[in-house]
Design a protein around this ligand. Structure first.
Ligand SMILES: [Zn+2]
Ligand SMILES: [Zn+2]
Length: 868
């Protein structure tokens, strides 16, 4: 096995170049890690300081390997020698739908694997409790965002879960991808990332199986666009190592440093769209079981010390002689299972058909090949490629015992069931504010295949051992009626809904029914840190008119949320988005951008609209990441016209002529009078924004921040303030440490600003269903939920939704209140005991309460992943 470790030197180099980003991520890590607070926290903070002050001195730590890890690995080794894996199955995570790209999870009692990791994969794994604890091998079939979009978030989560090392196999560009994500993820020193590029003869062997990587090259000629309508991308083929002048996105210091690193102002481009990697996975053989009853009958000394040696020999297939009698293995052992093989192959377009169909290594597992035929072939292949005759003939060359699993957009499977469930229940409260979720249905017709095949569904399993068979016990049901019934049984819920409806029918009808249809605000992600089943990470769509929309932040999975919100209308929605604002470089705010850009291009092609780049308003640091991705993974730069956020601050230095005209175009396109930003109190380069429409309304978005006066000034008398409220009241210290706001602080900012209405979002994932708030909620405050959509005419109704919401989530609120009471009690006791010591004064009260053991925060984020 050729392990290629990322050279420490280059990592150190990146730390130096992106000192600011290292610090940014440290804060992000803090956000992500609620269970490990007290000890980890000060350490992380102090690391930050060191980072900032003297980045060069930063030590590169070896990944932690606990005694538990060492022990479990040894146990696994012993177990393998004796048994081989007893249970192995492959399970569909993402079935290949437009909102959940293809990904496959493979489980054995020793190892967990993932084949491809698009956006939303970790959210699905969290929702459906797929164990991440030993997920230390990720295989990528092609360097495309559909396959790697969720990888950065997954790596951070695995790091938080305590996985010491992750092996990434696939295209050699994965190494560059990992370097690119360091731009916002920081040094990632707690997890060892080994990239195993698919150069010739790469094999991975562990306790479960041997995985061979098979590089396959498309034979398309240079500059002929690759026909991947699946993603709507046009990626001209390029041979590796081509030099191309970097497309100038904007002259305002974006990527300038990058350019300096390559001579002649040319970027070293290693993009290789002609490469896919197929995987042949062969399970280790499993020795037969020793049959005690038969052995006794034949007179073998069962139950004595002498039997051990005999069993070992018989299981090894050797005959033994006992008391003059010869015993053959087949008399007392079940047969050895030689170990089935399965193949994972992606054929993204017709150009790959011939190279796949003629590949010698793959044909070894077909009829007449030297190996036992494959038990399963997993096709990550779009329908139009399945229609290709040559591909069909290739499928037919596997024997009838081979099963075929197809993952593509034809799959009709609800993946995010919890999301559908909560929305169905919220819909009972207000059908317009909480519209029913939809499914996107592909327009492509189904291919007629002669080979029997199975279409993927989320959680569908194919068991490879002990017995090869399909298993459908884990399949999901999305029964709307059941969800409604469940809600109806919640005490007081229906009564509260009726009361709320009564109100809507009278006063609110005047406001809501006749109010303007636009602007409309659609909350796509309202949770912080990492995507979870109920709340996805940041993303808010502002529909300015029927043809103009703007997106505020774009965390991982934002496109999936759009897809479920708009169903078949998602293309129109995407085509309407002309501007994206990214508040800061934390992973929960921007890692969904690339899906959005690729899918938007696809939407425009489908709708026959002329492609135009999106106007991206973001911190300049984003361009380092986009540049790296563009150079080594996929073309992306032509999708954006970049406006650095800093140029939109009041009194900012004058941008270049080009940027000025971009800003003018942005305003004109969306009928805006002003688009302003200001720096906020979170990490370095974190911005809030304010948009003022020509008709007079003003919308202010805080991004992540502590209470911030600059934001108050920018948003004076705004129509709507969307403010983060990560934590509940009483957790002010934690909020300061993590540089976030509590609910009351957020409301306070809105009051100071004299905002007409305040919507709270970005809740810590510990408040999965509903945040905890005190009674200072007034008639100018609303709580956001994923897929909630409001118009300015709804301001009167939104606060009225709180009583039915409280009854729907009464159980969760009760639990949260219990935790709060316990915490307050502990704080009080801590204060009292200090008073007894006579040390109580204003300064020390603060310190003292810190010393009180911190509430065992529910930390759902980590706990669930850990438990898994
Ligand atoms: Zn955040
Ligand atoms: Zn943040």
């Amino acid at each position: 096995m050729n392990k290629v470790y990322l050279p420490c030197k280059s990592i150190a180099f990146l730390i130096v170049r992106h000192t600011f980003t290292g610090r940014i991520q440290k804060l992000s890590c803090i956000e992500r890690r609620y269970t490990q607070t007290t000890i980890q926290f000060p350490r992380t903070m102090s690391t930050n300081t060191t980072d900032r002050q003297n980045p060069g001195l930063k030590k590169f730590k070896a990944p932690k390997e606990t005694l538990r890890h060492v022990k479990s690995r040894e146990q696994r080794k012993r177990a393998v020698e004796v048994h081989g894996p007893a249970i192995v199955y492959a399970q569909v995570v993402g079935a290949g739908t437009r909102d959940n790209g293809p990904s496959l999870y493979v489980f054995s009692e020793f190892n967990r694997y993932l084949f491809n990791c698009g956006e939303g994969t970790q959210r699905l794994m969290q929702e459906h409790k797929l164990k991440a604890a030993r997920l230390d091998n990720i295989f990528i079939t092609r360097m495309s965002w559909e396959n790697v979009g969720g990888l950065s978030g997954m790596i951070l989560t695995l790091k938080d879960t305590g996985v010491p090392e992750v092996n990434l196999s696939g295209p050699p560009q994965l190494e560059k991808y990992v370097n690119a994500i360091r731009v916002f993820s920081g040094p990632l020193e707690e997890i060892k990332l080994s990239v195993r590029p698919c150069t010739a003869e790469t094999q991975h062997t562990d306790e479960t199986m041997t995985v061979s990587q098979i590089p396959i090259r498309a034979n398309f000629c240079t500059d002929k666009p690759m026909n991947t309508m699946n993603s709507g991308k046009n990626s001209p083929s390029r041979s590796p190592q081509i030099q191309e002048p970097r497309r100038s996105v904007d002259s305002d210091d974006t990527g300038r440093r990058e350019r300096e690193t390559s001579p002649g102002g040319k970027a070293q481009v290693t993009r290789d769209p002609a490469l896919v990697v197929a995987y042949v996975c062969k399970l280790h053989p499993k020795k037969g079981n020793f049959l005690v009853a038969q052995a006794k009958e034949l007179g073998l000394p069962v139950g004595t010390a002498a039997i051990g040696r005999l069993i070992a020999a018989l299981k090894d297939g050797k005959s033994v002689t006992y008391e003059g009698k010869e015993i053959h293995p087949e008399q007392v052992c079940t047969p050895t299972d030689p170990g089935p093989a399965f193949i994972v192959v992606e054929c993204p377009s017709e150009e790959f058909v011939q190279p796949i169909c003629t590949n010698q290594q793959l044909s070894r597992y077909q009829v007449g090949g030297p190996e036992d035929p494959a038990a399963l072939v997993v096709h990550m292949t779009p329908e139009r490629v399945l229609k290709n005759d040559q591909y069909q003939q290739w499928m037919e060359r596997f024997p009838s015992t081979t099963e075929h699993l197809i993952l593509n957009e034809q799959a009709c499977s609800a993946h995010n069931v919890r999301s559908y469930k909560i929305q169905t229940q919220l819909n009972l409260i207000h059908p317009e504010i909480f519209p029913e979720l939809k499914h996107y249905k592909t327009k492509e017709t189904l291919a007629t295949l002669n080979t029997p095949n199975v279409r993927a569904e989320c959680l569908l399993k194919f068991q490879l051992r002990p017995k090869t068979e399909w298993q459908r016990d884990a399949l999901l049901s999305c029964d709307t009626e059941e969800f409604v019934k469940e809600a109806a049984q919640v005490p007081n819920f229906i009564q509260e809904v009726e009361k709320c409806k009564g109100f809507s029918a009278t006063d609110a009808a005047l406001l809501s029914g006749q109010a303007e249809k636009f602007p409309e605000v659609v909350f796509l992600g309202t949770g912080s840190a990492l995507p979870m089943k109920i709340r996805n990470v940041s993303g808010t769509l502002v529909n300015i008119s029927s043809t103009q929309s703007l997106l505020l932040d774009c965390g991982e999975g934002t496109f999936g949320q759009l897809c479920r919100h708009y169903g078949d209308d998602v293309d129109e929605t995407l085509a309407n988005i002309s501007t994206v604002f990214i508040s800061h470089m934390h992973a929960d705010h921007h890692t969904g951008l690339l899906s959005l850009l690729f899918q938007r291009e696809r939407a425009m092609t489908v709708l026959g609209k002329t492609f135009s780049p999106i106007c991206l308003v973001a911190p300049v640091q984003i361009m380092f990441w986009l540049n790296q991705y563009h150079d080594h993974c996929e073309e992306i730069l032509r999708h954006v016209s970049f406006v650095p956020s800093k140029f939109l601050c009041e009194g900012a230095e004058l941008p270049s002529v080009k940027t000025t005209s971009l800003i003018e175009a942005l305003l004109k396109k969306s009928d805006l009078e002003k688009f302003q930003t200001c720096l906020v109190r979170h990490c370095k380069h974190a911005f809030a924004c304010s948009i003022t429409h020509q008709s007079g309304w003003q919308l202010v978005f805080s991004g992540d921040t502590m209470p911030c006066d600059a934001l108050v000034n920018m948003g004076k008398s705004a129509t709507l303030l969307i403010h983060e409220a990560t934590l509940e009241d009483g957790l002010e210290e934690e909020a300061v440490a993590k540089r976030h706001s509590t609910t009351s602080q957020a409301i306070g900012i809105g009051m100071k600003m004299n905002a007409q209405f305040i919507m709270l979002n970005h809740f810590s994932q510990r408040y999965a269903k509903i945040p905890l708030f005190r009674e200072d909620f007034n008639d100018r405050v609303g709580i956001s939920f994923d897929h909630m959509q409001i118009r300015f005419g709804d301001f009167k109704i939104v606060p009225r939704l709180i009583p039915p919401l409280k009854s729907l989530f009464a159980e969760e609120i009760g639990e949260m209140e219990d935790r709060r009471e316990k915490r307050e009690l502990r704080q009080m006791r801590g204060a009292e005991s200090m008073e007894e010591q006579g040390t109580l004064n204003a300064v020390e009260l603060g310190r003292g309460s810190k010393r009180v053991p911190e509430e065992p925060t529910p930390g759902v984020e980590n706990k669930r992943l850990k438990a898994n």
